[in-house]
Design a protein around this ligand. Structure first.
Ligand SMILES: Nc1ncnc2c1ncn2[C@@H]1O[C@H](COP(=O)(O)OP(=O)(O)O)[C@@H](O)[C@H]1O
Ligand SMILES: [Mg+2]
Length: 228
């Protein structure tokens, strides 16, 4: 069974004259451990797609199956629990808590979830793997952009989510740091058999992934596939 499947996933924002068809019947199947890139220009529907899959927003039509369970019709509280348990997010702006050190930022999502205990050995191995163990007492403003994004990746991996969703994770980084961060995502995907869906407008970054899809005006296609 695939870890993620979307069926005719559709999102319309606004009403009447202001209606925007942000996502138009998107179909995608993802296997566990795949590192997928969704490539598209600004406004093409990338964030809309990720936010729907991650339960940050609800679809207008269509279904989302995570491990076979339809999550598209969950209520607000159920959506929050689903998100904590199954999804890790990595955003362009890192979105770390400035008042928490590296270690506490990474374990924060686990500490929110009352049903889960922090596995310190795993967190230590994760931070070591990402080159952050000796930085664990530092605060975000004491770190470079690339280091902050590695912390955000460690945080996303911390509770071993079914899927990591990365929204333009290297959008604020220079090209050297970008390849470092993409390398970290790729090795995490291999080492932990972690499924990652990354959206980007950058063709070169997308090339690092196992599979590339394209999105244009809310329509998701395999790379190279044309309109019929
Ligand atoms: N909350 C919203 N309300 C109205 N329109 C939105 C909203 N979010 C996104 N859109 C529109 O949906 C389309 C897709 O946006 P988005 O998914 O953010 O694109 P991308 O992430 O590829 O830049 C754009 O036309 C955008 O203006
Ligand atoms: Mg976006």
């Amino acid at each position: 069974m695939e870890i993620l499947k979307t069926v005719n996933l559709t999102k319309i924002y606004g009403y009447g004259e202001n209606k925007v068809l942000a996502l138009n019947k998107a179909n995608l199947e993802v296997k566990q451990g795949e590192f997928i890139a969704i490539l598209g220009t600004s406004g093409s529907g990338k964030s809309t797609f990720l936010n729907l899959v991650g339960g940050l927003d609800t679809p207008t039509k269509g279904e989302i199956f995570v491990k076979g369970k339809d999550i598209s019709k969950l209520k607000k509280e159920e959506q929050t629990i689903f998100r904590r348990r199954y999804i890790g997010f990595v955003f362009q702006n890192y979105s770390l808590m400035p008042v928490l050190n590296v270690y506490d930022n990474v374990v924060l999502p686990i500490s929110f979830d009352k049903g889960q205990r922090i596995n310190h050995e795993y967190i230590k191995s994760l931070l070591t793997e990402l080159g952050l163990w000796d930085k664990r007492k530092k605060y975000p403003n004491e770190l470079s952009g690339g280091q902050q994004q590695r912390v955000a990746i460690a945080r996303a991996l911390a509770n071993k989510p079914a899927i990591i969703l990365a929204d333009e994770p290297t959008g604020n980084l220079d090209s050297k740091t970008t390849s470092e961060v993409i390398g970290v995502l790729k090795s995490s995907s291999h080492k932990y058999n972690q499924t990652i869906i990354m959206v980007t407008h950058n063709e070169i970054i997308a090339q690092a992934c196992d599979r590339i899809l394209r999105i244009e005006d809310g329509i998701l296609r395999k790379a190279g596939e044309q309109d019929v």
